[in-house]
Ligand binder design. Structure first.
Ligand code: ZN
Length: 498
């Protein structure tokens, strides 16, 4: 009563709220138990020598389930439908035994293991490999319906085990099972609870009195489709469990994996707290874990909830990738751009000029340069004052460098500027023989050459905001070839923050 009520919402064997009555100690040494529709009653003998009463959980569940079958599909008790009738009773009898969770008769996929009907302690039937009883069929074959219904039930019992637990070896409640498949292809179980729901719906909605194995497959697929959808893992598992007993072909399960919803480009502001929930799902059950790379400085992702939070400290453009992993190790990713702007209103950044000795008027103070670069030599005019940095100009193979490291404060926009004058003895208008490369860290900001020669100075400007919160080396490298001089003259540098 409780199993059918709480598992399927069925109110009694007839689903009419009326209980059956039970008769025990029937006869003398009576080795049987049976359901009788005519009296709507259950009868139990006391077994051989009145020592092994047939009142065990799976036997009782089996017999009363015959009443459920006769009041639903009404499977004829002969041929393949008879085997399905018997299997249905074994299936729900097993369901009853697991449901009762009785420590002296724990749930198992054995039938009648408590009644010692064989006299040697072995069960009456085995669902993982029915042929272990010496008479049942493991799989369907043409003519299986000619077996006694307690043997033609084997393939359906086997299918139920495969659908619940999958093929291969497994230990459940201390009992070792090893379930084969007819074609040797391993199948995956979906758990007994779902398998019971599918079989009950198949029995009560789709099966009829003449249902055979082929149409039982169709009925079970219809039930799985109605309960879980026809593209579900459960639907495919039904097809594959039947394939495991040589009824019908395999069904490819839905591709497993993780889907991560891309949140799109994000914009945040330095100093302003951020909260972004990443959404993801998986075709597999179990919890998801979240990780992220390329998050703006100051932000982190909660590995169990997928919430990104924190306060950005550094302006810049970030390439963020979120990776979500499910319980099977399958992963999904979403990549997006995250732009962090400096806060407005000067709240976190003090405007200033960061370079030391920016106009070279204190000589080499603050700078690293090759010999002779920082100079008052009047051969080239300064932009202002008397010093400047003069790279190359030798007319022979020569390399000059000039550099200074600067720390850009967090939350600042930063602009790097300098004045540049280029003159050259080269006359080509197409070939860059002598070159000046300007870099910030490993990034090349600009390259100039003899082709850029011009009278006077031109101011160059570069955005260094992406370096906020870091220290970066600004460097000029002038490389001159073996003939015809080119002079690269730098003066009045600055890195200004705002
Ligand atoms: Zn039976």
């Amino acid at each position: 009563w409780d199993f059918y009520k709480n598992t399927f919402g069925r109110s009694g064997i007839k689903n009419n709220g009326v209980a059956a009555y039970s008769r025990t100690h029937y006869g003398n040494s009576y080795v049987n138990a049976f359901w009788d529709d005519s009296c709507f009653c259950m009868t139990y003998g006391d077994g051989s020598n009145n020592a092994d009463p047939l009142t065990s959980l799976d036997v009782a569940g089996h017999e009363m389930s015959h009443g459920v079958t006769s009041n639903t599909a009404g499977l004829n008790y002969t041929g393949e439908s008879g085997g399905l009738n018997e299997a249905t009773s074994d299936i729900f009898g097993t369901g009853v035994e697991f449901y009762a969770n009785n420590s002296t008769d724990v749930g198992d996929y054995l039938i009648g293991e408590k009644i010692d009907i064989n006299g040697d302690g072995t069960p009456l039937r085995y669902m993982d490999k029915p042929s272990k009883d010496g008479g049942s069929a493991d799989s369907w074959y043409s003519g299986v319906g000619n077996l006694d219904v307690h043997y033609s039930s084997g393939p359906a019992n086997h299918m139920f085990y495969l659908l619940s637990e999958g093929s291969g070896s497994k230990v459940i409640n201390g009992v070792t099972y090893n379930s084969p498949t007819s074609d040797g292809v391993a199948v995956t179980g979906i758990g007994r609870d779902k398998a019971l729901q599918i079989w009950y719906k198949a029995l009560t909605t789709y099966m009829t009195s003449t249902t055979n194995y082929a149409s039982a497959r169709t009925a079970a697929l219809s039930a799985a489709g109605a309960l879980y959808g026809t593209s579900s893992a459960e639907y495919a598992a039904v097809g594959n469990a039947f394939a495991g007993i040589a009824v019908g072909g395999h069904i490819t399960p839905p591709s497993s994996g993780v889907t991560v919803t891309n949140p799109g480009s994000q914009s945040s502001t330095v100093g302003t707290a951020v909260s972004l929930q990443i959404s993801a799902s998986s075709t597999n059950s179990g919890s998801l874990s979240y990780a992220a790379s390329g998050l703006p400085t100051g932000l982190s992702i909660n590995s169990s909830t997928g919430a990104i939070s924190g306060t950005p400290t550094t302006a810049g453009t970030y390439s963020t990738t979120v990776t979500v992993t499910d319980s099977t190790g399958a992963t999904g990713t979403a990549s997006f751009t995250w732009t962090v702007s400096s806060s407005g209103g000067g709240g976190t950044c003090t405007s200033s000029q960061l370079l030391t000795n920016p106009g070279f008027e204190s000589g080499s103070t603050g700078w690293t340069a090759t010999s002779g670069v920082i100079t008052t030599d009047s051969g080239e005019a300064s932009h202002a004052g008397s010093y400047k940095a003069w790279l190359d100009g030798y007319g022979s193979s020569h390399t000059d460098t000039l550099s200074q490291s600067v720390t850009v404060p967090s939350g600042c926009k930063a602009t790097f500027t300098f004045y540049l004058h280029i003159d050259t003895a080269e006359t080509t208008t197409s070939t860059a023989y002598d070159k000046l490369t300007v870099t910030a860290g490993s990034t090349t900001l600009a390259t100039y050459s003899n082709l850029n020669k011009a009278t006077g100075y031109t101011q160059k400007s570069f955005d260094l905001s992406s370096y906020a919160g870091t220290t970066v080396t600004l460097k000029w490298s002038g490389v001159e070839d073996s003939s015809l001089q080119t002079s690269f003259v730098v003066d009045d540098t600055a890195v200004t923050t705002s």
